[in-house]
Design a protein around this ligand. Structure first.
Ligand code: GRG
Length: 295
């Protein structure tokens, strides 16, 4: 079995090609929109969510071709959220994944449409390819991604985030915001990977717990990195949370306590994988990767 680093780069490279094939070519009408979609999705990002879907799919004995579509759907939603988040009406940023943000490279109207079109394409992928032998289960997958990305998931979390600027949140309030804004899509990535295969409800519940813990841990680490790492390492503007006067785990708890919380969530995520033994190896390694990452 390849070591984690080889597994990671093999999947990252393979998945890049999958995305390249799935996105509309830049030479078909409307060319500018298609070019901007490709610019925003390709050649960048750690692909954490797709990797979680691949690892969960491996555990569930899923067909890799099916997981490719589910992973791509999640990554397109993630890319849309980044494009919209960077726009002047939201976070107003100029740097993403080490390059100019979409609205800077193209224009605001194009960036808005890129987000819209990526979101639609995500649901197109989930509905036009066979992802499960059971159609009812596939329909559940469409609903799962819709809920995770909508007003009771990522978009809702973003709305709470925007409304919390300059405010003091309690720890439970901050947790609720992040469970929605960042955690919901990460959790959905794990579940969609497993839905492409076959697991019992009890096993799905364990993986759901893993997804929830690692999704929140991801955000706690993101808050720490935003306060500690530099812009060149992150590939996005560092220190934005403090600059925007946003409540974070670091402002609420301090770096040491935020790190301790991330470690606790990490531990809980690994506990949920115990019964799967070596089948959960990649999910274990990804949990380590998420908590120990430097960007
Ligand atoms: C606009 C509806 C809407 C939602 C935006 C996710 C989000 C909600 C905004 C992104 C802002 C942000 C920096 C959130 C913190 C966590 C996060 C999602 C970081 C970026 O994810 P990574 O590190 O990025 O996985 P890469 O570039 O590696 O894919």
């Amino acid at each position: 079995m390849p070591d984690f680093q080889s597994w990671l780069s093999e999947h990252q490279q393979r998945f890049e090609e999958v995305l390249r094939q799935l996105l509309p070519p830049a030479d078909i009408v409307p060319q500018r929109l298609h070019a901007a979609m490709r610019y925003s999705v390709l050649d960048g990002g750690k692909r954490v969510r797709p990797l979680l879907a691949f690892a969960a799919g491996e555990l569930a004995g899923a067909n890799l071709n099916r997981v490719n579509f589910a992973a791509a759907a999640v990554e397109l939603i993630h890319a849309y959220s980044l494009v919209h988040d960077d726009m002047p009406c939201m976070d107003d940023d100029v740097l993403r994944r080490g390059k100019a943000t979409c609205h800077v490279e193209f224009d605001e109207a194009t960036a808005l449409l890129v987000g819209d079109a990526l979101q639609s394409q995500a649901f197109q992928l989930l509905s036009e390819h066979q992802l499960s032998d059971d159609v009812a289960k596939q329909l559940q997958m469409v609903k799962l991604l819709a809920v995770a990305s909508g007003s009771r998931g990522m978009a809702g979390g973003q709305a709470i985030d925007l409304a919390s600027v300059g405010k003091q949140l309690t720890l439970p309030e901050l947790e609720q915001m992040h469970i929605h804004k960042t955690g919901a899509l990460i959790r959905a990535a794990v579940l969609l990977g497993t839905y492409c295969g076959n697991l019992t409800q009890a096993q799905l519940d364990k993986l759901d717990r893993y997804g929830k813990c690692i999704g929140l841990a991801f955000q706690v680490v993101d808050d720490v990195l935003d306060s500690e790492a530099d812009t060149a390492t992150l590939g996005k503007t560092a220190g934005k949370d403090a600059y925007n006067d946003k409540p974070t785990y670091v402002t609420l708890l301090g770096v040491a306590e935020a790190r301790r919380m991330a470690n606790e969530l990490h531990h809980e995520a690994l506990e949920s994988l115990k019964e799967f033994g070596s089948k959960a190896r990649r999910l274990n390694e990804l949990a380590d990767f998420i908590v120990m990452r430097k960007f």
